[in-house]
Design a protein around this ligand. Structure first.
Ligand code: GLN
Length: 286
């Protein structure tokens, strides 16, 4: 099949499901992935023949896109903080809001020290831990997750980005003596925070394909992870250490209250680019 025909077929097969701009962006990403061709190369080679095997890959991608599967899972990768990350259905797809959290950590005074230690809780693809390690080569970075499958992906991502991160399998809700006497300068987390009542606002591609384990909490105890991590940090954050969270935009006030109840100081709520209260930071004074 000619590239031109393949492209026309791809556009018409998906036109009921997606707007044209989105189809174009899918086609660009898939051509890069399957044909190793950038958009400009596609335009210049419209009469190039595409093998049956490659056409088959596009056909398969069409079926998966029709099934509302996120393009990142189809390609198997995405970009976060300017770095490449492998993603599978065992990991959440990194979000732009989380890049803002990484930026906030990098701007903090704790991350400007000579040597310091960071712990990322619920690391998923490893996107937070790895982008921090990449940008602070002198930091010692640890990351934990309850999911062994996610940790396998995160380890691949650390290699891909040539950074050292110490990964461990840990269910933070049941932590006890894992880190013994170890204390961190920075603890950061983007734990599950979406309430069941918010499911109706979520799109099908997230609900049907992204891991529930990484997303959802119950309506009656939505801050369960934050409580546990605040408690963990009371034991494992250094004096003057800093805590950073990505949070549910509707629970900003509750988060500030929670951290103040745990005696954290300078609790600061921050909006993301969409204007939603999406992050909170706090200091441990004593
Ligand atoms: N921001 C993600 C979403 O809205 C949720 C991330 C999380 O639960 N930690 O899909």
């Amino acid at each position: 099949m000619l590239l031109k025909t393949l492209r026309e077929h791809f556009y018409s097969a998906l036109k009921e499901e997606y707007p044209e701009t989105e189809i174009r962006s899918f086609f660009n990403l898939l051509s890069e992935c399957f044909l190793k061709m950038k958009p400009v190369e596609v335009s210049m080679n419209l009469y190039a023949p595409i093998s049956g095997k490659k056409t088959e890959k596009f056909e398969n991608a069409i079926t998966r896109l029709k099934n509302q599967e996120p393009i990142q899972y189809i390609i198997g990768s995405t970009e976060f903080y300017g770095l490449p990350f492998k993603v599978t259905e065992s990991t959440l797809i990194p979000r732009p809001e989380t890049e803002e959290l990484v930026q906030w950590v990098l701007d903090s005074s704790a991350s400007k020290m000579e040597n310091f230690t960071i712990l990322d809780i619920g690391t998923g693809t490893g996107c937070i831990a790895i982008s921090l390690a990449k940008n602070r080569p002198h930091a010692t970075v640890f990351a934990v997750d309850i999911s062994g499958k996610a940790l396998t992906v995160a380890k691949t991502n650390a290699k891909l980005n040539k950074v050292d991160v110490e990964f461990m399998e840990l269910d933070i809700l049941n932590w006890n003596s894992e880190f013994e006497n170890l204390e961190f300068d920075i603890i950061v987390s983007n734990p599950p925070y979406v309430r069941t009542l918010e499911k109706s606002q979520m799109s099908d591609n997230v609900l049907r394909h992204e891991p529930s384990l990484a997303l959802f909490v119950t309506d009656d105890d939505p801050l369960i992870f934050y409580k546990k991590i605040a408690e963990f940090s009371t034991a494992h954050l250094k004096r003057n250490g800093q805590l950073f969270f990505e949070i549910n935009q509707y629970l900003g006030a509750e988060m500030v209250q929670l951290l103040e109840n745990f005696d954290y100081r300078d609790v600061e709520l921050k909006k993301d680019i969409f204007g939603n209260a999406r992050m909170v930071a706090a200091n441990k004074i004593s």
